[in-house]
Design a protein around this ligand. Structure first.
Ligand code: F6P
Length: 341
């Protein structure tokens, strides 16, 4: 069947490089004489039939822009039959043959759920700063997010050095440690606290034990300390986050810490070269896979090559942080940092 019209949307947490992916898909689709309909605000645009035909003009001068020109959103309605039926009815009404979604695992789950209501091709492109999708070495947005966090922490380091302060810097990543570990290592953080090396068993007893160990480590480092001490912590790890941890260290061990939450600054900004290039490769790959008749796949990059992974596999398991990175931080770098203090 010749494909004449496809739909694209961006869904979930926006990520720098989503615009580069939109551009690559529109340029590639037009090359193959395929019309592209962009749905606004994630799956909500599909449910409400809020769409626009994307022209070359719409995607010129966007490769360098953060955010997404199509807007993004989370869409709980895609977990309901009513929402799925409405989304499918829009796709049929708009005569769409294939739908490509740029997003994370939650967005891919929505895409897969559509298969019970709609017969068209479905393809995912991994776009999330969290880098937690299995089957691709990197997701679009991750490189920019870690660069943004690194720049911010380098600045925090300057003031921390000047005041000989301890900082606890909270970074994003939802429930994954890719951002904390990569950022922590790149900033030579004295300590990284993340799911992979600091499990608290989600109990207050677990947190109490970890708090005591952490206080001991900091005191040890403080004994000879004449400089700064930076702890990078994963969001969602500690009840109450970096602010609560700083307060608890003060109350239980008389350790003075300053908490800093980097937050959504990590989602914004112009995508770095790596994200622009990755987004472009995956965007073109998505159009080519679609023309080849592929469906229910995520376009991925493995060892610098564009490849395909079943969507079911991509969402089945969270991509783990490199074990060697965790071990290097825990067994060598963190200990070296204590020795250097
Ligand atoms: O998935 C991307 C992400 O930025 C996570 O790192 C973070 O936990 C979450 O989205 C924040 O979501 P929201 O912007 O909806 O608060």
């Amino acid at each position: 069947m010749t494909i004449k019209r496809i739909g694209i949307l961006t869904s979930g947490g926006d990520a720098p490089g989503m615009n580069a992916a939109i551009r690559a898909m529109v340029v590639a689709a037009h090359h193959y004489k395929i019309e592209v309909v962009g749905f606004h605000s994630g799956f909500n645009g599909l449910i409400e039939d809020n769409s626009v035909i994307l022209t070359d003009n719409d995607v010129s001068n966007i490769i360098q822009k953060g955010g997404t020109i199509l807007k993004s959103a989370r869409c709980p309605a895609m977990k309901t039959t009513t929402g799925l039926v409405q989304a499918a009815s829009t796709l049929m009404k708009e005569k769409i043959s294939a739908l490509i979604v740029i997003g994370g695992d939650g967005s891919f789950a929505g895409l897969l759920a559509l298969q019970n209501q709609w017969m068209g091709q479905v393809i995912g492109v991994p776009g999330t700063i969290d880098n937690d999708i299995d089957g691709t070495d990197f997701t679009i947005g991750f490189s920019t997010a870690i660069n943004t966090a690194i720049e911010a922490i380098d600045k925090i380091r300057d003031t921390a050095e000047a005041f000989e302060r301890i900082f606890i810097v909270e970074v994003m990543g939802r429930h994954s440690g890719h951002i904390p570990f990569n950022v922590g290592i790149a900033c030579a953080a004295e300590k990284v606290i993340s799911f992979e090396n600091f499990p608290t068993n989600n109990t207050s007893a677990g947190e109490k034990e970890k708090l005591a160990t952490l206080a001991k480590e900091i005191k040890l480092a403080q004994a000879n300390r004449h400089s700064s001490y930076i702890i990078v912590i994963a969001e969602n790890l500690w009840h109450g986050g970096a602010t609560a941890l700083a307060q608890q260290l003060q109350v239980t061990a008389n350790i003075d810490c300053t908490a800093c939450i980097l937050g959504h600054i990590q989602r914004g900004g112009s995508p770095v070269a790596k994200d622009r290039i990755l987004a472009t490769k995956l965007g073109v790959g998505a159009i080519q896979a679609m023309i080849a008749g592929q469906s229910h796949i995520m376009i991925a990059e493995q060892n610098n090559c564009v490849t395909h992974v079943a969507l079911q596999v991509a969402i089945g398991h969270q991509q783990g942080v490199s074990e060697s990175l965790v071990q290097a931080q825990e067994n060598i770098l963190a200990l070296t940092a204590q020795r250097l203090c």
